[in-house]
Every structure is written in C-alpha cells, then in structure tokens.
Design a protein around this ligand. Structure first.
Ligand SMILES: Cc1cc2nc3c(=O)[nH]c(=O)nc-3n(C[C@H](O)[C@H](O)[C@H](O)COP(=O)(O)O)c2cc1C
Length: 391
C-alpha cells in the first residue's frame, strides 16, 4: 500500500458537538439574487449545493439579514421572518445529505445599507434606482456621521433600537436553528453595523455603547449573548471580525481598531460562548478597500489576513479561521501546519473553482484515485485518466 501523506487540511476537527469532516469552509458570499422579500431561491440552492459536492467540509450561507433596514441591497437574503426558514431548510437538508456542515451568517449592514449591487456600482441608492422601484432608505449606524464620503446620511441608533436589535439577533438565531444549521457566524467586519460600533474611527457615541473599548464592545457582546442563548450548546458560534482597520498602514494613522483590540474582544467573546474568531479585516473607510486597491493598481498579497488569524490564535489560544487570497491546497495546508489557523475559508477561488476542495486533495496527493469525488463523477474521471487521451 502506498503511504498516505498526513494532511491537516483533510483531517477532521471538532468544536462542541459538531465534527467538521475537513478544514475547508466556503466563506460567506452575498449573491444579491433575491427579490425584495429576501427569500432564498434556487439560485442560492445551487450556489451552496455545488460546494458540498466540490469537497468543502463546511458551507456557509451568505450574510442573512436580521432586520430589513440592515439590507445592503434589495437583493439580500433575509432571516428577519419565519418565511425565510423553509427555503434555507432545503439547502441545509442537501448539505447534510452530502455530509457537509451547514453554517449560517447573521448580518446587519448598518451605515452601508441601501446601496447598489456590486456590478451596479456599489454606491448609495439614488433617484435612478428609485425610478426602478428600489427606493433608498435611511441607514442606521453607531453615530450619525458618514464613514464613507458621498454615502447616504445614517441615523444614530437609539438605546431602544439597540435593545430591539439585540433581540432581533436572538430571533434570527432561533430561525437558523429551526432551519437545521449546525453553526452560526456573526458578521462584525467590513464597516457594517457591528464594526461601526467597535471601531473608534466610526463610533463617536457618548453613551454606554461608545467611548472606550469597553463601551464600543458592549453591543457585540450583548449580541453574542443573545445568539448564544438561542443556539443549542452543541452548536458552535463563530464571530467574523475586522481584526484591524489598517489605519497604521495608511499614512501611519493610529486611530483605528488594532490587533491588540481584537485580542481583548476575542477573550470577552470567548467567555460568552464564542468558539472561533473568523479573521477578516478592513472596510470601515473607503481607503484600503478592494475598490481602492483596484483604483491604485495595488496588488493583494497571498494570504494577506493570515497573520491576523495567527496573532489572535497565539495571543488568546482561541481557535481561528483564516480567509483572504488562499488559493490552493498546498497554501492552505501550510497555514494549518504552521499553526496559523484551525480552519481555512475560501471565497473567490471557490467561485472560480467550485470543486476547490476536491482539487486541493489531488494537489496534496491524497486522492490519486478520485475517491473523494461523488461516484457519479469520480468513476468516469478516474477511468478517463487511466485510459489517457492522445494529444
Ligand atoms: C461575491 C462576494 C460576496 C461576499 N459576501 C460576503 C458576506 O456575505 N459576508 C462576509 O462576511 N463576507 C463576504 N465576502 C467576503 C468573503 O467572505 C471573503 O472574506 C473575501 O472575499 C476574502 O476571501 P477570498 O480572497 O478567498 O475571496 C464576500 C466576497 C465576495 C467575493
């Protein structure tokens, strides 16, 4: 028997009562493909189903919106009513049938709500969209100042609205559980509502939800408690964080959220039942956004956010997930072997190759006989390879 190389990427991993069959997680990716009712459609079904067939051990939904005022666009998927449960349950059932862990992300866009879909420009909705039936609405934020010039003027959330929001997250979690999902990821990154409370660049409140880090963390800690209270003890809770605001990298400004702040928050979250930090970055300002990179013709570095996952894991001992420009099996394997993260999330490269997980296994030499592929595909592909095709 040939020796099977040891792979961490293809080893199982357990958090609470859930065993992940491998370390590959499909990163949450909004499709902007619903109608205004926010119901998941067959598009969402096929989008997520194909990654389970493609070898990912865990497939995460796109950001599911907890309150319609928190939609990015009119095409966002919702979880703000019980009507949203049934089509999501169909997706979960399919994923479970493929032995895939089903993960759901909860979200509120906050100051970035009411905007165009990416391919329409990503800017705020205006008269042109209103004429087509997509009327703008006023976004909510930690404060009433815009974080991005030219965007809609947000309104500062009142303490009563904050209380309702915390309850909305709890109700959304209960719906996700009802749909059968195995875990929840709370989206607190990329300049959206929860990030707008955390970051000193955005939050200038002078009540108990602003001020020092204790005040700025208060909302997300209450939300983590609310979600945890509605999630059975055997189901893990993840938390997606912009680990840094990248302000130091921008004209050496020191006014943003830092990796040290992330250590403090991660420990507080862990005490409230968060099991893993999902390590993203940036988004609180237009500078250093992907659009800004494109404009300035700056390149992304491979694995550009992996050092954050590593730093949080080392400083706190809390499991982390790395994401961002992780392109192939050997790169993902090296991150795990170096102890930089516990799980690997794949976004755009999965759009490019829905069979990313199956190809990663082949790149790592652990599936020479196409055994990880669904039988209906693998049998034929293995036979074709054995026969060979003349040039
Ligand atoms: C089409 C698309 C939609 C996205 N939607 C979400 C989302 O719903 N929630 C989220 O946290 N991140 C979202 N992201 C960010 C990705 O999850 C991921 O963190 C980012 O793309 C970096 O990983 P990558 O280099 O593997 O794509 C989205 C990215 C893309 C490309």
């Amino acid at each position: 028997m040939p020796e099977t190389p040891q792979s961490l990427l293809f080893s199982s991993y357990t958090l609470r009562g859930i065993t992940f069959p491998n370390r590959i997680v499909i990163s949450p990716m909004q499709m902007y493909k619903t109608g205004p009712d926010g119901l998941a459609t067959l598009w969402h079904f096929q989008h997520l189903a194909k990654y389970a067939i493609g070898g990912a051990g865990t497939v995460m939904t796109e950001a599911l919106i907890v309150d319609p005022v928190g939609r990015n666009t009119y095409g966002d998927c919702g979880i703000w009513s019980d009507n949203h449960i049934a089509p999501l349950r169909d997706i979960v059932d399919f994923l479970h049938g493929e032995n895939t862990v089903a993960a759901a992300q909860l979200h509120h866009a906050g100051p970035k709500a009411s905007r165009q879909r990416p391919w329409e420009g990503l800017g705020p909705l205006g008269d042109a969209e209103a004429a087509l039936g997509e009327t703008p609405w006023q976004p909510l934020s930690s404060t009433d100042s815009r974080t991005i010039d030219g965007w809609l003027q947000p309104r500062m959330m009142t303490p009563d609205e904050i209380k309702t929001l915390v309850e909305d997250y709890g109700k959304a979690a209960a719906r996700v559980v009802e749909a059968g999902f195995d875990l929840i990821d709370i989206h607190a990154a990329h300049g959206y509502l929860l990030h707008s409370f955390l970051s000193p660049v955005a939050n200038s409140r002078n009540d108990e939800y602003g001020g020092d880090i204790t005040g700025r963390m208060r909302l997300v800690l209450e939300i983590a408690e609310s979600v945890r209270a509605n999630l059975p003890a055997d189901k893990p809770l993840f938390f997606r964080l912009s680990c840094v605001d990248w302000r130091k990298d921008l004209d050496d400004r020191t006014d943003g959220w830092t990796i040290e702040d992330s250590f403090v928050l991660a420990r507080e979250l862990h005490q409230r039942g968060v099991d893993l930090i999902d390590c993203s970055s940036g988004g609180i300002r237009a500078e250093n956004s992907l659009m800004d990179y494109a404009k300035k013709r700056k390149k992304l570095a491979r694995g550009y956010q992996v050092p954050h996952a590593e730093a949080i894991r080392n400083a706190t001992g809390i499991p982390t997930m790395a994401v961002g420009a992780i392109l192939d099996g050997p790169q993902a394997e090296a991150i795990l072997q170096a102890g930089q993260a516990d799980l690997i999330a794949i976004g755009r490269e999965a759009l490019n190759d829905p069979h990313w997980g199956l190809h990663a296994a082949q790149q790592l030499g652990i599936d020479p006989e196409w055994k990880q592929w669904p039988d209906s595909y693998g049998w034929w592909l293995e036979l074709r390879e054995r026969i060979g095709i003349e040039d």
